[in-house]
Design a protein around this ligand. Structure first.
Ligand SMILES: [Zn+2]
Ligand SMILES: [Zn+2]
Length: 354
């Protein structure tokens, strides 16, 4: 294969290699803070960004202070006490650290955060730089309200963001959501890491091109999906980006994780959950009740372990973790996992983690 600049370039039709994400490559390190039966809180360490996302904010005492200090974004499904009581623990640790913490939640979350903040006396905080940026989402639009510590957490005016497919998005990670019915809006979230792009050193060597900043430029155009129309200047000559990428890049698909907390097991919720969790690598889904107690689950707008497993199967997720077990099953928690396993056995594609 002979490499040539733009006008003479002929490529052998080599396809970009797409590999399954090996465990080492993932930037996610998720853990259920309180296991399957305690308050809901899913800590997702973002290894590439040295920060963490938190899905729900139940008791956080099981997390190390250093872990809580890495939390930059808190995604609250709803403000029932078991999902939000840990906020004050997070507030206590972040005081004096001078960072911005974004809090996402359903309609009413701004008032709930404000209520927590107004529960204390703030007369010695003029130099504190901590900011809570609350992003309230109604399924359509996000409204942003800030609470600055140095202003004694006085509530700012709110501003509306333009509509977007994502609640959060940067170069490395994005988060989408869905509004579920729990007799109050309960948000489910799906987080996706962007694909990994690595240069194949053997292929690069075979081209005879000198490594340089153009390699990052190439990755950038591919990441944005704009390589087709671009040329890249290498040592004074222009090259078509697309065939160059085809030749040199090894693409590792990023992982996807979905978090579903309290929700009624009805058709509308199921449709939204399946859409949000379609083919994800890992689904955390509440399964508070055994299916023998379906009536109680429906009465309290919760899912059963069997329903969680059926949703995972319908969505074609690779792995499922059921959690938020009702304390009424103390001593019988293994039955909830067994029920989810029995339901998932009907599918070969879903593995259950417990
Ligand atoms: Zn709830
Ligand atoms: Zn709950």
């Amino acid at each position: 294969m002979v490499l040539a600049p733009v006008s003479k370039c002929v490529w052998p039709g080599q396809k970009t290699r797409i590999e399954q994400p090996p465990r080492m490559k993932t930037s996610f390190l998720p853990k259920l803070v309180n296991g399957q039966k305690g308050d809901p809180a899913l800590f997702v360490d973002l290894l590439r960004q040295k920060r963490a996302l938190l899905f729900d904010c139940g008791s956080l005492t099981a997390l190390a202070p250093a872990e809580i200090l890495r939390v930059s974004d808190v995604f609250v499904s709803h403000a029932h006490i078991d999902h939000f009581i840990g906020f004050e623990h997070l507030l206590r640790l972040h005081l004096g650290r001078g960072r911005r913490v974004r809090v996402y939640g359903p309609p009413g979350i701004t008032r709930c955060v404000q209520g927590k903040l107004m529960g204390y006396t703030w007369n010695l905080v003029k130099r504190q730089r901590l900011v809570f940026e609350v992003r309230e989402w109604d399924g359509e639009r996000v409204s942003v309200t800030e609470f600055l510590c140095r202003t004694r957490f006085r509530r700012s005016d709110s501003r509306r963001l333009p509509k977007s497919e994502f609640l959060y998005e940067d170069e490395l990670v994005s988060v989408r959501g869905a509004v579920l019915d729990h007799r109050t809006p309960s948000l489910a979230f799906s987080v996706a890491e962007s694909d990994f792009y690595n240069i194949d050193p053997v292929q690069l060597d075979s081209t005879g091109l000198r490594p340089g900043p153009w390699l990052n430029e190439l990755k950038g155009w591919v990441r944005k999906g704009r390589a087709q129309a671009k040329t890249i200047s290498i040592d004074g000559q222009d090259w078509d980006a697309a065939p160059l990428a085809d030749k040199l890049l090894i693409i590792t698909r990023g992982r996807k994780l979905t978090y579903v907390a309290d929700a009624l097991g009805n058709a509308e919720n199921s449709g939204k959950i399946v859409e949000l969790a379609r083919a994800v690598d890992l689904l955390y889904c509440e399964g508070a009740f055994l299916h023998e107690d379906l009536a109680r689950a429906q009465e309290t707008y919760h899912l059963t372990a069997q329903q969680a497993s059926e949703l995972a199967r319908s969505a074609g997720v690779k792995r499922l973790v059921v959690f938020h077990f009702s304390p009424k099953y103390e001593g019988r928690f293994a039955e909830l996992n067994a029920e989810a396993k029995a339901a998932h056995k009907k599918s070969e594609s879903v593995a259950l983690i417990d």
